[in-house]
Write a protein that binds this ligand. Sequence first.
Ligand code: SAH
Ligand code: SF4
Length: 348
Amino acid sequence: MNLLGFTRQNFAVVFEQMNVPKWRAGQVWDWIYRKSATSFDEMSNVPAEMRAELQGNHSIAYPAVDRVLTSSDGTEKFLLQLSDGESVEMVLIPERDRCTVCVSSQIGCGVKCSFCHTGTQPFVRNLEAHEIVGQVMVARQRLSDPGALNSKRLITNIVMMGMGEPLHNYENVSSAIKIMMDSDGLAFSRRRITLSTSGVVPFIVRCGTELCVNLAVSLHAPNDEIRNKIMPINNMYNVRELINACRQYPNTNEARRITFEYVMLRDVNDSEQQAIELAALIRDIPAKVNLIPWNPWPGAPFKTSSNSQIDRFAQALARTGVTVITRTPRGQDILAACGQLKSSSLSK
Ligand code: SAH
Ligand code: SF4
């Protein structure tokens, strides 16, 4: 069993079953998450018999790095190989004052938004908790990140915005996030972790209560008519239900807002009228809108809105008092930008 997927609570149970004192679990946890140990041999303060027993039943295995592509803007896309031969992508995005790792939650995605490359790949399976945490460990290893051990941590933010719908894999995603947040381990604050969802309403509420990480919602349309056309999930949970769930998301205030993601699709959802409709829809929610110029992929039936149209849309929102940011695409040249990920497991 791969120890990377065990939450602190379940981790302690493993050691209880081995009949060793509880504090030993803490030692091993420390080796894995603070010292990035990948073998039990390295754990010099752990007795040899205990290491042997751990070795016999458990592993600390990161996903294998199959390939790394580097974009001209410094973004790196990792194709990771999992133990069953499947592949998944993870993206590392260095910026001036921070470095974000964009983590996948599923192989493929069953939601099938029409503008998304991942959606064209058949859904293969959910990622296990250890495969989700493992992506962060690979990113740390790549950067030789000392992590929370000192103030020089290199990876500052985690976004669950890679392949898949995280709230369709809630149990594993929630275990992984609990491991990322553990203060004696990776120690990412909930404010440094953002989960993006296409709108799986019942789990938005649960995610808010149990994890309370930053929430990003892929809204992409101001009404059901447009959203139904581009996001089939809207037929299950409509705009009204989605906005209601956002309204109830705990600890939302001016200092901690919900992000609404809005992909700019030419002549589909990008008119000034639609910006005004969007502003009215989210009026009473502490929110910011993230405009994402649509990132092309081969064979897609969309066009990106022109820069001037994106500006007009942004200004129409801003005039109503909505905070709006236009996201700069990162890693487009290596198909690493939002919605471009698609692991090549299919081409086999
Ligand atoms: N499945 C989750 C998280 C992953 S996608 C979700 O849908 O929220 C991260 C963001 O990129 C989402 O807002 C998604 O809708 C958006 N996106 C998908 N395809 C895109 C594309 N081709 N160009 C720009 N953004 C895209
Ligand atoms: Fe899945 Fe998100 Fe892509 Fe929609 S945008 S198909 S939910 S990964």
